[in-house]
Design a protein around this ligand. Structure first.
Ligand code: URA
Length: 249
C-alpha cells in the first residue's frame, strides 16, 4: 500500500472506531490532514476551527493564512509539507480540546507519523507541544528542537492500548544539537525495533525517535505583534535544523 492509502486507512479507522463520538456528532466532518505524505516536515496544530470544519482541511482559516505566509518565508508551500492536528474534529465553539479527547486521538496521530516518517515535527501551540513534551513551557522552550522517543507496538502501529510517549522511568527527551557536529541520528530513520524484556519494552514494541520543534500557535501571533516576530524568527530556524538532520548519519 502506498502512503496515501495507509493514511486513508487511518482516517477510515477513526470513523469506524467511533473516536470521540460527542465531537463527531456536532462536527461537519473529520479533518484528518493535508499535504505531501512524503514530506520531511510535519506540522501539528491543536484542533480544527470553523473554516477547517467546513472545508475538511486543517489550517485554512486566519491561522492557516499566516502559516502559509510563514512557509513562504522559508520558500515552502503547503503542498511540500504535511499539516494535521492532534484532535481531528472541531470542538464546539472552538473550545480547547480536553485531555481525554487528545488522548483518544493520540494512537491515530502516532500511526500518521509512522506512515509519513517526517524528519522534523513542528508542533504549533501549547496543546500540540505538550503531547510530545509534557513539561513544555512554550514561552521558554519555543524554537528549541528536542529529540524524543515514542513507544509504538510492532505489529499494529499506534494500537490504542500501548502507544505512548515513553514513561518517566525511561529516558524520554534530550535537546537536539542543531549546530553540533555530533552524531545525532535523524528522526524516524533510526526507528529501532527492540524486542524482549531487557529493553524495558514489551515484545513487539518499537521505539520511534523524533525531533520535535515546539513553536507558538499562529493564532497567538494574530493577537500579539511580538509573538508574530518570534514565530517568524523561529520559522527561520527550520531549514538549518532540517539540513542538520538530513546530514546526520
Ligand atoms: N488551529 C489549529 O490548531 N488547527 C487548525 O486546523 C486551525 C486552527
Amino acid at each position: 500500500m502506498n502512503k496515501q492509502a495507509l493514511l486513508d486507512q487511518i482516517a477510515a479507522d477513526i470513523v469506524k472506531n467511533n473516536v470521540c463520538p460527542d465531537l463527531a456528532k456536532q462536527a461537519t466532518q473529520l479533518v484528518f490532514g493535508d499535504g505531501n505524505p512524503d514530506a520531511d516536515l510535519l506540522f501539528i496544530g491543536e484542533a480544527p476551527g470553523k473554516r477547517e470544519d467546513e472545508q475538511g482541511l486543517p489550517f485554512v482559516g486566519a491561522s492557516g493564512k499566516f502559516l502559509a505566509e510563514m512557509l513562504e518565508s522559508i520558500h515552502l508551500s503547503r503542498s511540500q509539507v504535511y499539516i494535521t492536528n492532534i484532535v481531528k474534529y472541531r470542538p464546539p465553539k472552538n473550545r480547547d480540546p480536553s485531555p481525554s479527547e487528545k488522548q483518544e486521538f493520540l494512537p491515530y496521530l502516532i500511526r500518521q507519523i509512522d506512515v509519513i516518517k517526517p524528519k522534523l515535527i513542528i508542533t504549533l501551540g501549547r496543546h500540540s507541544g505538550m503531547q510530545f513534551l509534557p513539561d513544555i513551557l512554550i514561552s521558554r522552550d519555543h524554537g528549541q528542537p528536542t529529540k524524543i522517543s515514542i513507544v509504538v507496538p510492532g505489529n499494529e502501529v499506534g494500537d490504542e492500548r500501548t502507544s505512548r510517549v515513553r514513561g518517566d522511568d525511561e529516558k524520554r527527551t534530550e535537546p537536539y544539537d542543531m549546530y553540533g557536529e555530533g552524531a545525532s541520528e535523524s528522526a524516524t530513520k533510526q526507528s529501532a525495533v527492540k524486542h524482549g524484556s531487557r529493553t524495558g519494552l514489551a515484545s513487539q514494541e518499537a521505539v520511534m525517535t523524533l525531533v520535535i520543534l515546539p513553536l507558538y500557535h499562529p493564532a497567538a501571533a494574530l493577537y500579539n505583534g511580538g509573538q508574530r516576530q518570534t514565530l517568524l524568527d523561529d520559522f527561520a530556524l527550520i531549514p538549518t535544523i532540517l539540513e542538520k538532520i538530513r546530514n546526520d548519519k
